[in-house]
Design a protein around this ligand. Sequence first.
Ligand code: 147
Length: 652
Amino acid sequence: LSSSYKIGDVNGLGRTFDGIGGLSGGGATSRLLMNYAEPYRSQILDYLFKPNFGAALQILKVEIGGDGQSTEGTEATHMRSESDENYSRGYEWWLMKEAKSRNPNITLVGLPWAFPGWIGQGTVWPYQNRDITAKYVTNWVLGAKAHHNLVIDYVGIWNERPFDVEYIKILRNTLNSAGLNHVQIIADDGDVYSSISSDIMHDQKLDEAVGVIGTHYPGTISSKTTKETGKPIWASEDYSTYSDVIGAGCWARILNQNLVNGNMTATIAWNLITSYYDDLPYNRCSIMTANSPWSGNYILNDPLWVTSHTTQFTQPGWKYLQTVGHLTGGGSYVALTDQKGNLTIVIETMSHDQSVCIRPPLPEYSVQDQNATFILEGSFKGKVSKLNMWFTQLGQSSKRDVFVHKGQVAVDKNGQALIHLPIDCVITLSTITSAIKGSYPTPPASTVFPIPYSDNFNNPTGFSEPFNFADQAGSYEFYHNASSKDGHESTFRQVVKQRPVTWCSDPDQTITVIGNYQWKTISVSVSIKSESTYGAFVAIRVDKGGCDAREANGLYFWLMKNGSIMLTSDLTATSVLKQCYFYWKCFYNELDWNNVTLSVNQHNQVSAYLNGKLALEYTIPDKSDVPNNGFVALGTANYGTAQFDDFSIKEN
Ligand code: 147
């Protein structure tokens, strides 16, 4: 099969290209990135953000943390009450600065998943008092500038949850009143057929307030109404597919076809980087992988180099040509120009089975080996005599070129360039000469979470949080007891006092997990001080995180403020395996620090020591709700503060 395709600007240009991006958050997807040692941490960031090196991302979208669960964990909020403002929590500020330092032109986007509880004003609805929520989001933008010199370009409404027309208008006004007219609003980060588009068509004020229509997992299409609004359309979250060769095929197909079929001018991958534990949900649905900080290992997954095929040959602000489309033998091509003579053509020939994404379902189609003649017309004819060719072979082919420079393709005097297009490949043809397949020496091999492990929370990490704990409900951070003389000056503290305006159904307890999901026979020690909580726990074999955290089974040892202790097989403490009350035999000072050691051995015997004395024993029966393995965890019986110290884990 041989076909020809016109590439030119004879009938004018198409839409403005806004970029290809990655999403940190939604949520806690970057949690383990901060503790990578140098040089690995900088190398990882270079592969993601440095121009002419790796993914060279053009957009970084981050979660505006709300202290609530948002897929791989919770991210810290900048306002824990109406009077609290703190712009040094979490790691998104740091990540944005690292991205900007590599690419000052990178576009920054912020979007809330959960909101802190007080935003609901007694409800679990963020639009209860719209002015308060608008101020909360506006403060985040102002704080980014004031504390980190970060200019935020776009903010969203409420990830994949209902929008509120009145709120969008109030947010626009609040941003403007704060001098943030340049910050555009993306709405509504929902599905392709969201009513936001028809609402915009019928409401001039809303039309003025919304800058970009953002849809999620659009399956490369936009609705007729969305196109009719004339607004830029983004796949503001997409991909979310395991980062193997099929994930790379998904990414290649949607990067082109989101424009060809859906007129979308930006696509943002969920997620940027797997820096969350394997065995949390959506394992390795990322552009690259770095979730073994104790080893230094990271993985350059194929989707990273698929990204380079567009990002290293374009800039946001370039124009798509109108001459884009489907190839006659299957696949697609897009073309872009800087309007100064540069031309980039990106071609993908991904077959169905080699490019299935997590969602939505992909209708059947076929692709065949084909030849294509691209005929340059308009301002390119006679001006472009050769095009650099970069090539990636995906699919199950044994020959696996990944982002390889294949020299130059000649454009003949008639403006024609002939190329062969095998199945399952991505090809860039471009006048741009600066592209590089960046490389560093191979990082160390991945290792499992190291034990014995300990943390006395005395060593600053440069972040508000210690390394390796992945909060699944509530927020945990370093705490300094200024006046303490009892050896607990620096501790680890749960600080959220009210259940958030949730995005998932967060439990009524809080929990932070750490370690290796495969752990079976483990002993964990920790000192615990309940403050405003009803009690606190240490747990092993915790088998769930993410939005399912409230279903997490495990072995939970609780110190309750009423003086009781108990062992349960679940986070919600509905399944009590053993308990004892203070008036019987387990007396301890429930208001002070208490040291606990919880252990399970090869014979499934569980023991809990309280202040050095055996407090509870239990043998897990053959048939039991107690999982065979899981994470270590700390937590609290409800929202409220509690402190932890002298934490250690060893294998039995
Ligand atoms: C998205 C979320 O926005 C992300 O935070 C992350 O959870 C991601 C994981 O794939 O998913 O939410 C969606 C969840 C389910 C669907 C669409 C989006 N769905 O079933 O169509």
